[in-house]
Design a protein around this ligand. Sequence first.
Ligand code: ZN
Length: 233
Amino acid sequence: MELKLLGVYGPYPKAGNHASSSYLVKTDRAKIVLDFGSGALTRLLAETSIEELDGIVISHAHFDHTSDLLPLNYLAERYPDRKIKLYVPKDGDNWYLKILNMNYFEAIEVDAGESLEIKDLKLEFYPVRHTVKTLGVSVSTARGDESSLFYTSDTVWFPELTEYIRGAKLVLADAAKPEGFLGPHMGWDKAVVLSDACDGKIVATHLTPDYDPSDKLLPLGIDVAREGALYVL
Ligand SMILES: [Zn+2]
């Protein structure tokens, strides 16, 4: 399984060639994207075609995780025989579903505690704590090996997070804000706590354009998300 970071900023991208939350996960058989913030579409198209995409998982309805669904609508019109699957939080404020032309998309509601398989990928959803309904997601290969990724999406700190990430080889954690940040995201100090609780690699993401915790985290062996970075799990 490979993870490529397409966009790592929130709530808006840093000036220049940057993008908001979006992460491509692929195996030999499957390609999915976790979230689709501004700048995600052009970066996805540099990696694959829409025809080869098996689905887009939306963790929550904030604009920095969804906004490139709007231009995707125009591209989707070119493939009228192939609906793009959108996995969306059940009971979320999924405003984009009212704007997109649903002749070209298929919305599939998912909820915490549920799991599903997309080709050889297995996804399991977890409740996290943000300002709106938000799902964390674990992605592993359906072969049952230990190759797994946990994406916290946007969340404040809560103790169960350390249980969710147990066994993950890589954790994409919304933990790149200044130390002691009160929310609705986590400070870099929580990336350290997560690293202590897990044998896997922690990648602090959802970077604020004007703050970078690299000087704090890199010496501890914790990565700070960089667009274009590729992780092989
Ligand atoms: Zn958010």
